[in-house]
Design a protein around this ligand. Structure first.
Ligand code: COA
Length: 369
């Protein structure tokens, strides 16, 4: 029997606080017109003091589990792709694992900058298809506002906070994640960096004074790289899945710049309506941008069961990649059929299960606070 990895649940979480281009006009020398025309961004969300990459990740994960109708104890592995982890260690994924009560799950962070969600999706699907795992939670969670230099107009207009999550489950039904490509080119490492705080440049008074704990970027070069690899990796993953571009219903790209999204559509010869964009609302939320755009595309009916979708992204590293998915939605729950004389046993079993879930819910409620 072949095994397939289906995306059966999805969820997103965004902070309440909105920072508009007009707000930024008061902070740096910029204008709403400049930001809108060069990036397509009108506003972004900023995490409150009591919010973090983990807390946003937890909210998104719980919603995704609810959509999939999966209990946290069924999760085998949690991957948090993030460019703004809570710490170098412990992993943000472990904090999420504890807070959602996924007591049987392994957990680790994946660092591939804005391509992280694509990498995590591809790896999770491979682990499920191989038979090693059954249920994986893939999360993209960011609070990049904490790493932005709010005096640097080159970067502070671009980024925003948020989280998105997918549940992946094994099934014998054909579909789900059919192919993925992951690429990198470390020779471009210096184009987009957060230099200090690691082992090469440990945090010190000097690194803080030099602003090396902030994101630094060569925007023009990153732009050039992004427009090149978006179309290239989309075509590569379609070829790997042995499909053609005409069979693709929709493309959900990393949301970094509307002009990059439009250039990708043009290079692929696709109408721009086929390429999902919600960048005007959230800016670049790094690893969270693809799952957030997916949740909104589903809500708006732009992505439906039966569609073939390509997720494609790029980021610091340099890294890029794409994943092709035959979208199915939540798996139908398999009802056990008991012979008539054993129905009393089925009723007893479901009562015990219900009771057990209530006890567990009570215990988590206590742990979560
Ligand atoms: N407001 C007003 N002017 C700004 C500005 C801002 N927020 N940011 C930059 N400028 C200025 C620059 O200083 C430059 O001025 P100069 O010519 O006097 O030096 C001018 O605008 C044009 O800069 P340029 O870099 O050519 O603009 P651009 O059209 O390339 O747009 C980016 C800049 C950053 C929006 C664009 O390069 C980009 O999106 N790059 C990709 C970034 C990205 O996606 N990063 C994340 C990867 S995951």
């Amino acid at each position: 029997m072949s095994r397939y990895a289906h995306i059966t649940g999805w969820g997103m979480a965004i902070p309440q606080k909105v920072l508009t281009n007009y707000d930024l006009e008061k902070m740096v020398e910029t204008s709403n017109e400049w930001i809108l025309s060069r990036t397509g961004i009108a506003e972004r969300r900023i995490a409150a003091e009591n919010e973090s990459s983990a807390s946003l990740g937890v909210q998104a994960a719980l919603k995704a589990l609810e959509v999939a109708n999966v209990h946290p104890l069924e999760v085998d592995l949690i991957i948090v792709a993030t460019s703004s982890p809570e710490h170098i260690f412990p992993a943000t994924a472990c904090i999420v694992q504890d807070q959602i009560g996924a007591k049987r799950a392994g957990a680790f962070d994946l660092s591939a900058a804005c391509s992280g969600f694509i990498y995590a999706l591809d790896l999770a699907a491979a682990a499920i298809r191989s038979g090693a795992l059954n249920t994986v939670l893939v999360i993209g969670a960011e609070t990049l506002s904490r790493f932005v230099d709010w005096n640097d107009r080159n970067t502070c207009v671009l980024f925003g906070d948020g989280a998105g999550a997918f549940v992946l489950q094994a099934s014998e039904e054909p579909g789900g994640v059919l192919a993925g490509v992951m690429r990198s080119d470390g020779s471009g490492a210096e184009l987009l960096t957060l230099e200090a705080g690691g082992s090469k440049v440990p945090a010190s008074q000097a690194t803080v004074l030099n602003g090396q704990h902030y994101i630094r970027m060569n925007g023009r070069e990153v732009f050039r790289f992004a427009t090149r690899v978006m179309a290239q990796s989309t075509l590569e993953v379609i070829q790997k899945a042995k499909l053609s571009l005409t069979e693709i219903s929709v493309i959900i790209p990393h949301q970094a710049n509307q002009r990059i999204i439009e250039a990708a559509a043009k290079n692929l010869g696709l109408p721009v309506e086929k390429v999902i964009s919600n960048i005007h609302r959230y800016g670049n939320t790094s690893t969270a941008s693809i799952p957030i755009a997916t949740c909104e595309a589903l809500q708006e009916g732009k992505l439906k069961a039966g569609d073939t979708v390509v997720f494609v992204g790029f980021g610091a590293g340099l890294t890029w990649g794409a994943v092709l998915v035959q979208w199915t939605g939540p798996l139908p729950t398999k009802k056990r059929v008991y012979p008539r004389r054993y129905r009393w046993f089925a009723r007893l079993r479901s009562r015990i299960l219900r009771l057990w879930r209530r006890v567990e819910g009570f215990l988590w409620g206590k742990n979560a606070t």
